[in-house]
Ligand binder design. Structure first.
Ligand code: UN1
Length: 506
């Protein structure tokens, strides 16, 4: 695939989404596709002043949008879901171009957006509060949920659109305008999604205020303007733990609200009773899918001694046979790494693992695509110790495999890392399964049985503990983060009894 070809496909796909690429002058943002490692577009960037102006527009939009009844707000999201269905193929292609995903995974990401829209539409009639028994006669106590304010959404390159939509669909039904700061590596997908949303807004009509959804294209300093603005009520940020360590304290210092969805160091445990064939397929997708660039990617595997010599040779075969290549040209299951820095991080981690006695099977750069692109074979590493690079997230396809004999010890090791996002156990033993899911089991926000660590559905709350940041997005009751709660006590009697029996007679 030549660079002119890909530029052409990019501008055609953007146009099909209804988005025009406003060409940036020299010094603008160069968008590089990992498929070729070559630029496909150059965009104008917005600075901190532009960010501030956007925040003001969003605040004005908030005043109007919060007064639109929630089920009506849901109607806008329903229309957006319809538009997304129409644009699915084109948006999926944009994800493949900018993030290097296979067509199936690109489309899957757009499907996540459609799914969360459906979820949010239903939610728009279910923003329930409680009625609470009061201790005072002739009183009623209840809680009400109100729109919160402007929501700033910061997203990462590896999922260029779904995490935005998890936030935006909920925020919009909750009555909040959104400002999206996409990764500077994947701004085109963001602009394409915005164009699709604008079509829904146009169909919805004048009830939708101007500035309800905006995209802020720029580097970290542009994102910082969003993070630092006390007019942004909630920052929802997806990215590295390093980024979260900067964003979290800044937002906390101004008493803003934060949803952090940061790195994971996700593991699987293969027990003696596991369905080996199923475990193998789940591990292969979890560890090699999306070229190891999901926050939910499986990075560590604990295998019981009694089945180690069955599962590891099977994994070796899977690793040596998996296809690597440009997913828009071939049926390859593993696409490129995002950039050269990712390759360097992978190489450094593998070197460190070898120095600790790790046996590295496969792994490393392969000559696919132009010199500027970075394609690697996923690495399988048998580790004698749970240490060094095993303890941290390297955003590349490396699976560290370790032996265990006792499940409690395996769980102990499983939990002995910073990340707390996703986890999996492969077993058909009820006791092992329930132990893993219990209070003394996996300490992650997501704990699965007989499926891999990645590929969560939108209906559950998505996020994790510890260095993953503690935030929850998407399904379940994650919507509450986008609203403010008021406790209302109403006295409909002719007396004024005080709570806790306090007497204050004047
Ligand atoms: C991410 O990598 O940031 O569970 C999100 C999954 C996807 C979302 C991943 N539904 O793998």
């Amino acid at each position: 695939m030549t660079t002119p070809d890909l530029r052409q496909i990019t501008s055609e796909t953007m146009a099909a989404c209804g988005a025009t690429i406003a060409p940036g002058a020299e010094g603008g943002l160069e968008v590089v596709s990992p498929l070729t490692g070559q630029p496909v577009a150059r965009l104008a960037v917005q600075d901190a002043a532009a960010a501030a102006a956007m925040v003001d527009r969003a605040q004005a939009a908030f005043r109007a949008w919060r007064m639109v009844p929630a089920p009506r707000r849901g109607e806008l999201v329903r229309l957006f879901g319809e538009e997304l269905r129409r644009a699915k193929a084109d948006l999926g292609r944009m994800v493949s171009i900018e993030a290097g995903k296979s067509p199936s995974e690109g489309l899957g990401e757009v499907q996540e957006m459609i799914d969360i829209c459906d979820f949010a539409v239903g939610l728009s009639r279910q923003l329930y509060g409680l009625t609470i028994a009061t201790e005072r006669p002739g009183h009623r106590m209840m809680e009400t949920w109100h729109p919160l304010g402007v929501v700033g959404i910061i997203t990462a390159f590896n999922f260029p659109c779904a995490p935005w939509c998890w936030n935006a669909a909920l925020a919009l039904v909750c009555g909040d305008p959104v400002i999206w700061k996409p990764s500077e590596k994947t701004p085109l997908t963001a602009l394409a999604c915005q164009a699709v949303l604008e079509r829904a807004v146009a169909r919805f009509g004048a009830e939708a205020p101007e500035g309800l959804s905006q995209v802020l294209v720029g580097g970290p300093e542009t994102g910082e303007a969003l993070v630092d603005s006390d007019k942004v009520a909630l920052i929802s940020a997806t990215g590295s733990t390093r980024m979260g360590r900067i964003v979290g304290p800044k937002v906390a210092a101004r008493f803003g609200r934060c949803i952090l969805e940061l790195g994971g160091n996700n593991a699987g445990i293969v027990c003696p009773s596991a369905d080996m064939d199923m475990a193998l397929r789940a591990i292969a997708f979890g560890a090699m899918g999306t070229a190891g660039q999901r926050c939910t990617t499986m990075r560590r595997l604990f295998v019981h001694d009694s089945v180690y010599d069955r599962i590891v040779p099977a994994l070796k075969t899977a690793y040596s046979s998996v296809t690597v290549g440009n997913p828009l040209e071939t049926a390859a299951l593993v696409g490129p790494l995002i950039d050269r820095a990712a390759l360097d991080a992978m190489a450094a981690a593998l070197e460190e693992a070898s120095a600790l006695g790790g046996i590295v099977h496969e792994g490393g750069r392969v000559a696919v695509g132009p010199e500027t692109s970075v394609y690697v074979r996923p690495a399988l590493v048998e580790m004698p110790v749970h240490d060094g690079p095993v303890l941290r997230e390297t955003f590349a396809p490396i699976l560290y495999v370790m032996r265990y004999t006792d499940l409690d010890e395996a769980i102990e090791m499983h939990n002995a890392v910073g990340g707390g996002l996703s986890s999996a156990i492969f077993t058909t033993d009820l006791r092992e399964m329930e132990t893993f899911l219990s209070a003394r089991g996996s300490d992650c926000g997501i704990a699965n049985v007989n499926i891999g660590t990645s590929g969560a559905e939108i209906g559950g709350a998505f996020g994790g503990e510890k260095e993953t940041g503690g935030g929850r997005e998407s399904g379940s009751d994650a919507w509450r983060a986008y609203m403010r709660r008021a406790t209302n006590t109403v006295n409909y009697s002719r007396e004024l009894p005080l709570a806790q029996g306090v007497v204050f007679d004047i």
